[in-house]
Write a new protein. Structure first.
Length: 148
């Protein structure tokens, strides 16, 4: 993506450009972004509002869990809607004006891949570990109370 944009900038200095360069860079940017969404979910660096945790520190674990579950539901909905949109585009094909041989579905496929990856990764990196932590806390509290 960077190479295509760099070459296009250099070519504009000499009065030319790649007719397909901007379109290709845009497609690659979408692919990188949607793959990054999945990676961010795994590492826990996806966007979330953490200010409420400062006001309710005891409930922060539960607030984060609810937020992650809402994010999961949102990702499932977006993944489903993008999949249905891709199916419609397959039925009524569209192509890029600058790259006429390339189907416009390549712009929406990363949305399905990225959101499906987000679903898996947020479960793997946040929801399941949080549920295990809550379960372990409640088990240790129960065993502590029964041992007294």
């Amino acid at each position: 993506m960077t190479a295509i944009v760099g070459v296009n900038v250099l070519l504009r200095f000499v009065g030319g450009s790649l007719s397909w360069g901007d379109q290709a860079a845009r497609i690659l940017f979408v692919w990188c972004t949607m793959i990054g969404v999945s990676l961010a979910a795994l590492k826990g660096t996806h966007l979330k509002v953490e200010a409420i945790n400062a006001f309710f520190p005891r409930a922060a674990v539960w607030i984060n869990l609810v937020g992650d579950i809402i994010s999961l539901i949102y990702a499932v909905i977006v993944c489903y809607l993008m999949w249905t949109y891709i199916q419609n585009m397959m039925e009524f094909p569209q192509y890029f004006s600058a790259i006429p041989w390339l189907s416009a579905t390549v712009m929406y496929i990363p949305g399905v891949i990225g959101m499906a990856g987000f679903c898996v990764r947020i479960c793997q990196g946040s929801i399941i570990p949080t549920i295990k932590m809550i379960r372990n806390r409640s088990c240790s509290e129960d065993s502590g109370a029964s041992g007294k």
